[in-house]
Design a binder for this molecule. Structure first.
Ligand code: PMP
Length: 335
């Protein structure tokens, strides 16, 4: 029987506990928690920039990628300004838009769970300051292809900042999936957001990074609180960057497990979108609540959107087997 933690499948977390070397590095630093971390996380910024192969002036790190997204919205918007994004999406987008004092403009996804790029362009008004794109998309796992992204960026007025949220980038295997970093040179209004929470399994430590034009990254860095990234978080990231090979192998295993889970659900008659992230969207419609209740009865916590669908993190093999057994006991629309 998988553990209670393994059955937390509602937050798109990494199912693996910290690598032994990350745990060891953290343990070694515990005796120094009475000391402040670096005033500004310059060492961490340097490490991330070198790892990505970009100049340091293009990078900012923050309290999760969601913290950085809020900084960008704070910088770019004010009362009466609009932030446009596809919906449904990551729940934080409306929250941080409201925190920034701006207004959300939500453009419905297509029936296949894609962000409607022409629809987003059509929703732009003189008051639009920011567009948020999520790639791969939460909660559907679908992707915006390289050409579609480039076309969109080319069509959008340059005065509008584009936050390209690539929280799940590392789980993508579709050769058409763009790498936002490659679009930065041509689009100075682009801000690419990534995180150590998902593929790197450090969600509790809250470290995200953004890569943007130097002037934008500098303004984001300017909003960081002194001592804002904990020393333990910095140590864990540094060690994770050294352990790239092991972490990539884990991501590969999650991707293989995602495909196994998707096939298993399909065999049971449950339709999912082709996900490039570490979760699946089950297109369960009116069956969503019944399915979520059955999964809960079996011990698995998932994210249910009544009458729409259900988002389920790819878990350990044992957790996913339990999900498949439970899903098999609920009649699907097509079974
Ligand atoms: N972006 C998306 C699309 C997410 O789904 C999440 C987490 N659920 C985040 C960002 C937040 O990541 P972080 O932990 O870096 O704040």
């Amino acid at each position: 029987m998988p553990s209670e933690l393994e059955l937390r499948l509602h937050l798109n977390e990494n199912p693996y506990p910290p690598l032994p070397e990350v745990r060891k590095a953290l343990a070694a630093e515990l005796d120094a928690v009475n000391r402040y971390p670096e005033f500004t996380p310059d060492t961490l910024i340097g490490m991330v920039a070198d790892w990505l192969g970009v100049t340091r002036d293009r990078v900012a790190v923050g309290n999760g990628s969601v913290g950085l997204a809020l900084h960008v919205l704070d910088l770019c918007t004010g009362p009466g300004d609009e932030v446009v994004y596809g919906w449904r999406s990551f729940d934080a987008y409306p929250l941080i838009t409201e925190m920034a004092g701006a207004e959300s403009v939500e453009v419905p996804l297509t029936a296949a769970g894609h962000q409607d790029l022409p629809g987003i362009l059509a929703a732009v008004t003189p008051r639009t300051r920011v567009v948020v794109l999520c790639n791969p998309h939460n909660p559907t796992g679908t992707v915006i292809g390289r050409d579609a992204l480039e076309e969109f960026l080319g069509a959008l007025p340059e005065r509008i900042t584009v936050i390209l949220d690539e929280a799940y980038h590392e789980f993508g295997r579709d050769p058409g999936l763009p790498d936002g970093l490659r679009h930065l040179a041509a689009h100075p209004n682009l801000v690419v957001l990534r995180t150590f929470s998902k593929a790197y399994g450090l969600a509790a430590l809250r470290v995200g990074y953004c890569v943007a034009a130097p002037v934008v990254a500098g303004r984001v860095r300017g909003r960081s609180l002194p001592y804002g990234i904990s020393h333990l978080a910095q140590v864990a990231v540094a060690e994770s960057l050294r352990a790239q090979k092991q972490l990539t192998a884990r991501v590969d295993a999650i991707v293989a497990e995602r495909d196994r889970l998707r096939d298993g659900l399909a065999r049971l008659g449950w339709h999912t979108f082709p996900s490039q992230a570490n979760f699946l969207w089950i297109d369960a419609g009116s069956r969503s609540e019944v399915l979520a209740a059955e999964l809960a009865r079996a011990g698995a916590l998932v994210r249910c959107y009544p009458d729409e669908g259900l988002r389920l993190t790819v878990g350990s093999r044992e957790a996913d087997d339990l999900v498949l057994r439970a899903a098999g006991s609920v009649p699907s629309a097509t079974a």
